[in-house]
Design a protein around this ligand. Structure first.
Ligand code: ATP
Ligand code: MG
Length: 254
């Protein structure tokens, strides 16, 4: 399963990525989580203190693997050892950092993009594998070729007037790059905003209340799952994801 998590700044993308990564790993899935946000935060939330080399910094490695003699870009560079070499493992989760990759768009065949595409393609392998991408709202740098493999895009929204607008923006971006399966997680919810839920047309995977527990986890530098923040709500979200992807896959097979 390849899942991209998007949304505007500060809504809880990294929190959701960390919680899902932990829960999938606990269920025995082989989990890889990639921090694709330019301000790297996922390793910290997962309690990783050592530096992880961003994949975008592997200039020489990229050149060597992607650019063939005469400057031709290989479409299928070898990347299978990259995951082991440049990841840090914690709580059973393999964590990688993407770094700043140029937003090349569709027409761009820059080596970095070819490399990223190959990495994401490679990441999907067996039924038991889960790849989580902690993105920002600008998912366009996934590009068409990469996005095709994304089984589900989760838009995280906060209950605010702008939430629905953000959702529309994410939907448009997703459509442009060919992702159709989109679902929503509402985070930092409070009952006052219940009406907002009616305005969201996409399937809602779950609603996480505003909870001081996350702020404590953040301040103390402890992963939120170690403090048990809203575990049941996240468990339900995880189960729903499995169901949605299973349904989509069986539809494709038919
Ligand atoms: N349900 C919640 N209740 C209260 N605080 C929360 C909740 N979810 C996340 N937070 C807090 O909100 C802040 C932002 O969360 P997080 O870093 O996950 O968001 P983000 O979307 O990844 O942000 P960024 O755009 O900066 O990457 C963090 O301090 C986190 O602890
Ligand atoms: Mg984040």
């Amino acid at each position: 399963m390849k899942i991209a998590i998007s949304g505007k700044g500060g809504v809880g993308k990294t929190t959701l990525t960390a919680m899902l990564a932990y829960l999938f790993a606990k269920d025995g899935y082989r989990v890889t989580a990639i921090d694709c946000d330019s301000s790297v935060n996922l390793p910290f939330v997962l309690g990783i203190r050592e530096k992880i080399t961003p994949l975008s910094e592997l200039r020489d490695e990229i050149q060597r693997r992607v650019v063939a003699p005469m400057g031709i870009i290989k479409l299928n560079p070898k990347v299978d050892d990259i995951f082991e070499k440049y990841s840090v493992k914690k709580h059973g989760i393999r964590v990688l950092v993407l770094g700043t990759i140029e937003k090349g768009g569709e027409g761009c065949f820059c080596p970095e993009n070819a490399f990223l595409r190959a990495i994401l393609r490679h990441a999907i392998f067996k039924e038991n594998d889960v790849l989580l991408l902690d993105m920002d709202a600008g998912i366009e740098h996934l590009g068409r070729g990469t996005a095709k493999g994304v089984d589900l895009l989760i838009a995280v929204v906060e209950p605010s007037l702008r939430a629905v607008e953000t959702l529309n923006r994410i939907e448009k971006l997703a459509r442009d790059i060919g992702i159709d399966n989109i679902a929503v997680v509402i985070n930092k919810f409070s009952e006052r905003y219940r009406k907002l839920l009616d305005r969201i047309e996409r399937p809602i995977l779950g609603v996480i209340p505003f909870d001081e527990c996350f702020i404590r986890a953040d301040l103390e530098g402890i992963p939120p799952f170690e403090l048990g923040c809203q575990m049941e709500a996240f468990e339900r979200i995880k189960d729903r994801i499995v169901e949605i992807i299973r349904r989509a896959t069986s539809r494709q097979r038919r």
